[in-house]
Write a protein that binds this ligand. Structure first.
Ligand SMILES: Nc1ncnc2c1ncn2[C@@H]1O[C@H](COP(=O)(O)OP(=O)(O)O)[C@@H](O)[C@H]1O
Ligand SMILES: [Mg+2]
Length: 417
């Protein structure tokens, strides 16, 4: 009997899928008798087909199927970003313009107004929690509770009571009835972070919530209705966990009706400088200092580093530098663990210690020129700001902002009588 071999890496397409299904059908139709191993093999082919259908539906249903999305391929990422803003999609604080990030945002845009569960996957620090908040903020539940639970941070024996609540006396220490996170998130959204850490008994209960929208507190027979939108996140490969038997397959398929994948920072290298700038400004504001400048070699290093901790790691590094460095940050302000394998000799270090990047030298020279120009103007007009504004054809309030930036005061230039 001919049984098709399933190729995990084969390109997924509807045509290919239908062909595989047809082969499977004719195998079954003409089989006079099947033994157990053959049944097993056919079953595993069915499972593989189901995986492919899921993959296709993730891709097609929420990105390619909509006609708006079809034209996306022709747009630049900047245009796609602007289009999202024009459609009033709120994603404040999410920086970056890679195709993959925009794919993720566009899926989130379509998923947000529905109540469908969303599974966000990506390495640690790629912005999964940020994305969950974006989904909540753009949905019909935005005004209601957003409750975040880190399934990996709660001891295994307490997790069910944390999620579903417990009845008094359900276990030692349960001194009174208590509601769980699901009840707190009623009518709102619950964010289940590190869902791969949820132990199997908790998975069974979660599946039940997804199927029937009801929970049972630990130790109680009473069923409580809940209306909670579920957004889950993981940095694990849940499908692989399903194959190993540590994650329930039925739960996986329920949770991942919509899947949003966030790319690691090393696949969005062109965004690093944008993020550096954003975090430097943010750190400057929080720490009450001028934005940090980077030595050229430090910038080169930051642009090529692999960031196992992704955006979180970059953000922490910039904050660290903003706290420890003077005007210019250099290798010495990197965490010790990174300094250990930096590619420079000692002499280089002395020589380049305070060297700035070309763009920083340019910026500081242009700042200096601007200041001199304004000083001269104030002298010529004897400190009359509106006259100077007219003279140099600049909006008056913009001129005031510039004067403030350079610490120039018009009264210092007024003619003294
Ligand atoms: N695209 C982004 N733009 C700006 N900041 C981001 C972006 N993605 C993540 N961050 C920041 O990086 C840090 C880690 O993000 P988080 O959502 O907690 O990641 P994860 O949940 O995947 O570990 C947070 O401070 C978050 O605000
Ligand atoms: Mg997280």
């Amino acid at each position: 009997m001919k049984i098709i071999e399933s190729k995990a890496e084969s390109a997924v397409s509807y045509g290919g899928l239908i062909e595989k299904i047809e082969i499977l059908r004719s195998t079954l139709r003409w089989a006079s008798k099947l033994d157990r191993p053959q049944i097993q093999k056919l079953l595993s082919q069915c499972n593989a087909l189901r995986d492919e259908v899921m993959k296709l539906s993730h891709k097609e249903r929420f990105v390619k199927a909509s006609s708006a999305a079809k034209s996306n391929r022709k747009q630049t990422t900047a245009q796609r970003r602007k289009a999202l803003l024009d459609r009033s999609f709120v994603f404040e604080g999410v920086f970056g313009e890679s195709q993959k990030l925009l794919d993720a945002l566009e899926i989130a845009e379509k998923a947000a107004p529905t109540d469908l569960p969303v599974l966000i996957d990506g390495e640690s620090g790629t912005g999964k929690e940020l994305m969950a908040k974006v989904i909540h903020a753009n949905g019909g539940r935005a005004e209601k509770a957003y409750i975040s639970v880190n399934c990996g941070a709660i001891p295994e024996n307490l997790i069910e009571s944390e999620l579903f609540g417990h009845k008094r006396g359900a276990f030692t220490g349960a001194s009174s009835d208590r509601s769980g996170k699901f009840e707190s998130a009623d009518k709102g959204t619950i964010f289940l972070d590190e869902i791969g850490e949820l132990p199997l008994p908790g998975q069974v209960k979660l599946l039940r919530v997804l199927q029937s929208n009801e929970i049972q507190r630990v130790g109680s027979d009473k069923v409580v209705d809940v209306d909670t939108r579920i957004v889950a996140a993981t940095n694990k490969n849940l499908l692989e966990m399903c194959h190993q038997g540590t994650f329930r397959e039925d739960l996986y398929y329920r949770l991942s009706v919509i899947q949003v994948t966030l790319p690691p920072l090393r696949e969005r290298k062109d965004e690093i400088s944008l993020l550096i700038e954003f975090f430097s400004d943010e750190a400057a504001e929080k720490l009450g200092r001028r934005p940090i400048k980077l030595s050229r070699r430090l910038r080169t290093f930051l642009m090529s580093y692999r960031y196992p901790g992704n955006i979180r790691e970059l953000r922490n590094m910039i904050y660290r530098m903003a706290c420890l460095a003077g005007d210019v940050a250099d290798y010495e302000h990197l965490p010790d663990t990174l300094r250990a394998d930096l590619p420079v000799s000692k002499e280089d270090k002395e020589a380049e210690m305070t060297e700035m990047s070309l763009s920083e030298i340019k910026r500081s020279a242009s700042d200096e020129a601007e200041k001199q120009f304004l000083e001269q103007g104030l002298q010529t007009t004897a400190g009359k700001v509106s006259e100077l504004a007219r003279h140099i054809d600049m909006n008056r309030s913009h001129l005031q902002t510039l004067l403030k930036k350079h610490g120039l005061q018009s009264k210092d230039y007024r003619a003294r009588s």
